[in-house]
Write a protein that binds this ligand. Structure first.
Ligand SMILES: Cc1ncc(COP(=O)(O)O)c(C=O)c1O
Length: 389
């Protein structure tokens, strides 16, 4: 069910403003792309046409950026946390040696003794922690990850398999953030968080730039194809939708492109912020099946961009998710799409059943929608239990 729709009357009509360029610029995406594309297992992820679904729901085309294979970690998050860890290591070495350190020297192992003494940490509902642990392993520092009580054992194990120490906190995601902050301060560890808050924005900025490797790839993959008219972005804290929104806003201007943010009805912090025109937290009382979207506190930087860059916000119910996952796994082209991955598609399908909302969002037979399949089977046990019922 489409639970709520809110049209953002504060969307800016102009070009990408200077005040947002201090958060994220195209140049940051380019720098991230030039670095990340040199990593050993880097491969561009596919941009798949879902033209049969598009025809069925009455729009022109759907493009789906399939992140299920990203760095073997199964989600787009592998681009952000890993890059954040690398940028921290560079900063820490520069402070230690009092000189500029080249990233190639970090990659080549020149500083491995020094790096092995650093510890990175984060709170996570799974995917981001896995990415930070992957970065720590790739570049050779220590890693401690905090998960909340509802994070599945499969996601716990996936992080541990990357040699990180995992601490399970009694409480929800926001509680795990709080404990992580406290313990990192006590131990002088570096938090590499995918969410930003007052006084903590440096690494979330790099993480957002890392996410925009997807946008760089899409720009290349689209080639001469018509650009999308709409982009659907599923939001947790809002760093991912904020990053992608900022990229396309700066690159193509906002005029002919609509950004739609999709959230779970159980974690609606971005739509609530839009409704109040002010960053707003909500308590997460029920965990959504879309585990990656279960966040009650918006990221400061993500919200800054979305508040004037997004056109519409919607929330959806959990019951939509399993059937869309099953459909993608049982039809051609085969797509392994995890619970948070299909939120955009599920939201789009629901909107197209409600012509009043579709019209309001400007969706019709000429629309070309870009979706992000943000994860594959990041917890294989949960994934299989859903697609096999
Ligand atoms: C698979 C997946 N999709 C989307 C998101 C949303 O990203 P953000 O929290 O930056 O809004 C997440 C966040 O963890 C995620 O894991």
């Amino acid at each position: 069910m489409l639970v709520e729709h809110f049209h953002n009357t504060h969307k800016s009509a102009g070009s990408y403003p200077e005040r947002l360029q201090s958060i994220l610029r195209l140049k940051d995406a380019e720098i991230a792309f030039n670095e990340i594309s040199t990593w050993p297992s880097y491969e561009q992820t596919p941009l798949v046409s879902l033209n049969k679904i598009a025809a069925k729901i009455g729009i022109k085309e759907i493009y789906y950026k399939d992140e299920s294979s990203r760095f073997g970690l199964g989600s787009f998050k592998a681009l952000g946390g890993t890059y954040g860890v690398l940028r921290f290591i560079k900063d820490a070495l520069e402070e230690e040696f009092g000189k500029t350190v080249a990233i190639e020297d970090i990659r080549s192992g020149k500083y491995s003794n020094n790096i092995s003494k650093y510890t990175v940490t984060t709170a996570t509902d799974g995917n981001h922690g896995r990415s930070v642990a992957f970065g720590a392993k790739l570049f050779g520092c220590k890693c401690q990850i905090y998960i909340h009580s509802e994070v599945s054992q499969g996601r716990h194990d996936a992080i541990e398999n990357l040699d990180a120490r995992v601490v399970r906190v009694d409480g929800n995601y926001d509680k795990s953030v709080e404990i992580c902050k406290k313990e990192s301060k006590l131990n002088n560890w570096q938090v590499i968080s995918d969410t930003s808050y007052s006084g903590y924005t440096k690494y979330p900025r790099y993480i957002m730039a890392g996410y925009n490797v997807m946008a760089e790839e899409i720009t290349n993959q689209m080639g001469k194809k018509s650009m999308p008219t709409h982009i659907f972005l599923q939001g947790g804290v809002g760093s991912f939708p904020g990053a992608i929104c900022g990229y396309f806003w700066e690159k193509f201007n906002n005029q002919n492109l609509k950004i739609v943010v999709v959230e779970s009805e159980h974690a609606p912090c971005l739509i609530k912020s839009a409704q109040k025109n002010k960053i707003t937290s909500v308590p997460v009382e029920t965990e959504t099946i879309m585990a990656g979207l279960s966040c009650g506190e918006p990221s400061l930087l993500g919200w800054e961009i979305l508040s004037s860059g997004a056109d519409d916000f919607i929330t959806i119910s959990d019951d939509l998710i399993p059937s869309v996952m099953r459909f993608l796994s049982k039809n051609s082209p085969y797509i392994e799409a995890g619970e948070s991955s299909v939120a955009g598609l599920a939201g789009l399908i629901e909107i197209m059943k409600n012509q009043k909302v579709a019209k309001n969002i400007g969706l019709g037979s000429d629309s070309i929608v870009l979706l992000f399949g943000t994860e594959g089977a990041t917890d294989p046990e949960i994934y299989n239990s859903i697609i096999n019922t």
